[in-house]
Design a protein around this ligand. Structure first.
Ligand code: RB5
Length: 150
């Protein structure tokens, strides 16, 4: 992904806070720059408040990839996918994390902080960041995603 791929957006609510902190530390050790949209403690917050600004920065092309979390991963993913240029995939296995890149060209991974271990979250993050889009027939399918029926 080149140098621009070394900057990542991260965001979570309290349900993903511990996971986000854990993964953020490891990413920084790996040389990534993190734009962190919060939250900043385990106090209860509303996930859209953190996910919207993170998703917007991906949508606008300012940052290429994002890693988001909440307790289930669903609220975060649903919020992020409101943005036309965002493809956020909810993942709970490493294979899922590979597939959202290979088949869906996802630019955000959503991790369920309360349903996978910290180590699984980290392994999924690495798989997401290090897997390329397969292109081919998947280009056509991804292009159809935003062609909603009016
Ligand atoms: C917070 O309790 C929880 O609802 C949130 O983290 C998330 O799972 C929502 O989808």
């Amino acid at each position: 992904m080149g140098e621009s791929g070394r900057v990542l957006a991260m965001a979570s609510d309290h349900g993903g806070f511990e996971m986000r902190e854990y993964i953020k530390k490891l990413l920084i050790e790996d040389g990534y720059d993190i734009k962190d949209f919060g939250c900043y403690s385990v106090d209860s917050v509303d996930y859209p408040d953190m996910i919207h600004p993170a998703a917007k920065t991906i949508n606008d092309g300012d940052i290429k990839r994002g890693i988001i979390m909440c307790g289930s991963g669903n609220g975060a993913q649903i919020t992020a996918n409101k943005y036309a240029n965002v493809r956020a995939g909810l993942c709970w296995t490493v294979e899922q994390a590979r597939l959202i890149r290979k088949h869906n060209d996802a630019n955000i991974i959503s991790i369920p902080g309360r349903f996978v271990s910290l180590e699984e979250g980290w392994e999924m993050t690495k798989a997401f960041l290090n897997t390329e889009f397969e292109r081919g027939r998947h280009i056509r399918r991804v292009e159809k995603i935003n062609k909603i029926i009016k």
